[in-house]
Structure formats: structure tokens, C-alpha cells
Design a protein around this ligand. Structure first.
Ligand code: UD1
Length: 419
């Protein structure tokens, strides 16, 4: 596992282009399984999770080629419908291949998925939804054995608007004769992107971005080319970093509407913002102020994937803030590390009370998961003195060389490879 050595205290200046969304690309890659022709994905991001998803596709016989930032995926040659434990356990999104394999081949076997350790993360909603479409599922020795030979379209009512379950069920339904309706589905922008991608290949899906999605079954999909949306969490991370450190940055290729819950919390706080199309400029010349309450919610609410980063910012804000985590039960693990830098935070259940202090001070800390790790980096770049963040490979799952982006903005940060 690698470490970051950060000499904190610099303000951030400069311009960055935001890369493609991890959470959009992962289901889209699974969606490629639906199609027996070539799919070309532009601006393909080389995050650890997206690279692992390519390996999953290759493991079942797909051909995946990366030429610079263009991914050429050909799923015509898929010759098995089984994802082994070694690959499935590398990321939560391996579960998306389930719906896609069932859809095209009417059968699938998959080991239980992995992912960041931020809570129990069950897959009961995926399973219940698939069963509602007629899939027979046997859960044995850490594998799900799925038989879709009697699948048919229908109405699925999700007990909770799960992002992954919504995406899985959309993919399962693409070829089902008639109309499938998913009620109380998630509305995240990455779902809209998946649907735009599938529709661009010839699927007939409507309602993405609302709580009811309808899928009219089609016979097959064509190949095609697609450019997925930019990553709202990475954009949010750099915006928060600038609010913590001060300075002036411009981010290009930002889907501004997708981060409006963050921008509205930062409005009238410490920054001047100007937005022109997909470009956002931020100028910060004072310390951030406390935010009385932030609660993570499903989209369009405040994203849980920005919760650790905003807590990091609030630890150096003027005043006391309260942050409530409503999505994942173990998402405050990083707080113990933040405290090593001096942060004054009390966590009680799903609520963190953060008393802002003028300065954090460098120390050695651990990264436990992707977003918590990013929060530690932000704390390190604002802290006085040296911070060492250990196990930063967790961060590589969803940021491509975060240290290079931060260096471009003037941060003194180095990656040290450790054995
Ligand atoms: C996706 C995102 C992740 C983000 C999360 C919430 C991807 C690849 N990942 O994860 O970055 O943090 O949305 O915005 O897009 N749940 C169940 N049973 C299920 C499924 C989910 O109880 O079958 C629970 C989860 O434990 C969690 C909540 O529902 O408490 C939300 O999970 P979900 O929306 O499914 O998140 P993911 O798709 O895993």
C-alpha cells in the first residue's frame, strides 16, 4: 500500500479538468454485456475500480482494449456467465453484471460483491427485485446462482431507492417482452447516464431521473459510442479543498446541476463562485464558516460520498456544525484519524458534532476507504506541517492520481510506494 507525504498549508491556485464519473462508468461497463457488438467509451477514466471492472468483463470472455482514454469493449465473445470470488470481491459494482448477464444469457453465477467497508451493504433489494421479475436465485457457498429462463416484465416496487438495485433492474429488463416499471427507484445522475447510454444503443427506457422508470423491452441492442458524465464527487472534493485552504481555482467539465446540494451549502460561506456552462471558478479568501446541519440523502440531497470531505472542511470552520449520515452506518470511521490531526469531533450514532478549530497539525493517519481517504488528504493539505496518509490505494479506486491534480493546484504532496 502506498502513502502520501503532504507538507500542508499551501493555498490552491490553478485550473483542472474533471474526469469521468466512476459511478457512471461502472454500470455502463456492465451494460456493455447486453450488447453483442462493439461499444466505444470516450474519456474512459483509469480508476482502480473501472480497471477492475474491465478485468471482470475480460474474465467472462469480452475483449476490452484501452487506447489512451478510449475503451473499446466487445462482448460478442462472452463465453461464460460466472464471476469468480477473486474479481467480484474487488468492488461492489461487480453485482451489476448480474442483471446484464441474466438479461442477455438468461443465467448468471456471481460471487458476493466487495466494496468499501462503510457499512453492511446488503444486496437484498437487488435479489428481491430480480425475483419479482421471475429470476430463481439460489444462494450457496458465497455464490448467487441465478436462473432467468422464466423471467418476464412486471412492476417492481423498491423498498428503498437503491442506486445499484435500480441500475441492476434496468439492465435485467432491457430485453423483457412488454413493459417493466420500477417504482421508487433512485434518481441519481449516474442512473440517467446509464439510461442515456442504453437508449443510445437502442433500448427504450423512460423516466430516468424521476422515481418511476419504465422499460419497454427491445429485441437487441446495437453497438455505439458514448461519453459518460463527469465525476460530481471529484469536482466536489476539489471545491471543498479550496474552501479549506483558500485560493482561486477553475474546474472545467463539471456537471454543475449534479452538485447543487453542495454548492447551496457553500453559498454565502467562504467563497465567491462563478459558473459559466460546465466551468466553475472559485475564489476563497477567508476561513469557512460552520454549517448548522448537513444530512446525507439520496439525490438530489447531499451526497454521502462527500460527507467525509465536508466534515474535514468543517473541522477547520468557524463555529460548530452537525453532520448526519443517513445512508451508510459505518461512514464515520475516518473521524478517529482526523482527530489525530487535532480535529474536535464527537460522533454519536449517525451524527457528528464538529467544533471548528483554527488549525489542524500534521500527523500520521490511515486511509480506511475511498472517500474517507480523500477526506484525510484534504485534512493533510490544510494542516500545518507534515501529514502522512497511509494506505492511499483505497483512494485510487475513485480518483486517478489525486496527487497529480493537487500538485497542479500547488499542493506539496508526494506518493511513496511502500512494500
Ligand atoms: C452507490 C454508489 C456509492 C454511493 C451510494 C449512495 C456506485 C457504484 N456506488 O452505491 O458511491 O455511496 O450509491 O449514493 O454507484 N441497500 C440495502 N439493500 C440493497 C441495496 C442497498 O439495504 O440491496 C442499502 C445500502 O446498504 C445503503 C443504502 O441502501 O445503506 C444505499 O445503497 P445504494 O443506493 O444501493 O448504494 P450503492 O449502489 O451500493
Amino acid at each position: 500500500m502506498d502513502s502520501f507525504y503532504i507538507n500542508g498549508g499551501n493555498k490552491l491556485f490553478g485550473e483542472l479538468e474533471i474526469g469521468t464519473s466512476k459511478n457512471a462508468v461502472l454500470p455502463i461497463l456492465a451494460g456493455c454485456i447486453l450488447c453483442d457488438k462493439k461499444v466505444i467509451l470516450h474519456k474512459f477514466p483509469k480508476y482502480q475500480d473501472t480497471l477492475n471492472m474491465l478485468k471482470i468483463l475480460q474474465s467472462i470472455g469480452a475483449s476490452c482494449e484501452l487506447i489512451d482514454d478510449v475503451a473499446i469493449i466487445d462482448c460478442q465473445s462472452i463465453n461464460k456467465c460466472r464471476i469468480e470470488t477473486e474479481l467480484a470481491s474487488k468492488l461492489r459494482s461487480s453485482i451489476f453484471t448480474l442483471g446484464a448477464m441474466l438479461s442477455r444469457f438468461k443465467k448468471a453465477q456471481i460471487a458476493y460483491p466487495g466494496g468499501c467497508a462503510i457499512g453492511a451493504r446488503p444486496i437484498d433489494l437487488h435479489i428481491k427485485g430480480l425475483q419479482g421479475l421471475g429470476v430463481k436465485i439460489v444462494d450457496k457457498h458465497g455464490f448467487l446462482y441465478c436462473d432467468g429462463s422464466n423471467m418476464k416484465s412486471g412492476v417492481i416496487n423498491l423498498d428503498f431507492p437503491s442506486v445499484g438495485a435500480t441500475e441492476n433492474l434496468i439492465m435485467t429488463s432491457v430485453f423483457l417482452k412488454g413493459k417493466t416499471k420500477i417504482i421508487n427507484c433512485a434518481r441519481e445522475p449516474e442512473i440517467v447516464d446509464l439510461v442515456n447510454f442504453l437508449n443510445c444503443l437502442g433500448a427504450k427506457i423512460s423516466g430516468a431521473g424521476t422515481s418511476v422508470i419504465e422499460i419497454d423491452g427491445v429485441k437487441n441492442l446495437n453497438g455505439g459510442e458514448y461519453t459518460p458524465i463527469s465525476d460530481r464527487i471529484i469536482a466536489g472534493t476539489y471545491i471543498i479543498a479550496t474552501c479549506m485552504c483558500g485560493g482561486k481555482i477553475t474546474l472545467k467539465n463539471v456537471c454543475v446541476d449534479n452538485i447543487s446540494s453542495l454548492l447551496s451549502k457553500l453559498k454565502n460561506n467562504c467563497c465567491k463562485m462563478s459558473i459559466k456552462g460546465a466551468k466553475i471558478s472559485l475564489s476563497v479568501d477567508r476561513l469557512p464558516k460552520a454549517i448548522s446541519k448537513i444530512e446525507t440523502q439520496v439525490f438530489p440531497g447531499f451526497p454521502t460520498d462527500l460527507q467525509p470531505q465536508i466534515v474535514s472542511m468543517l473541522s477547520v470552520a468557524r463555529g460548530t456544525s452537525v453532520v448526519v449520515e443517513n445512508l451508510f452506518e459505518s461512514r464515520f470511521k475516518y473521524v478517529s484519524e482526523l482527530k489525530k490531526l487535532g480535529a474536535d469531533i464527537i460522533v454519536n450514532g449517525n451524527t457528528a458534532v464538529i467544533k471548528g478549530i483554527p488549525n489542524l497539525y500534521g500527523a500520521q493517519v490511515q486511509s480506511f476507504d475511498l472517500r474517507g481517504g480523500a477526506a484525510m488528504v484534504l485534512a493533510g493539505i490544510v494542516a500545518k506541517g507534515y501529514t502522512i496518509v497511509r494506505d492511499v490505494n483505497h483512494i485510487d479506486r475513485g480518483y486517478f492520481c489525486i496527487e497529480d491534480d493537487l500538485k497542479k493546484l500547488g499542493v506539496d504532496i508526494e506518493r511513496i510506494k511502500e512494500v
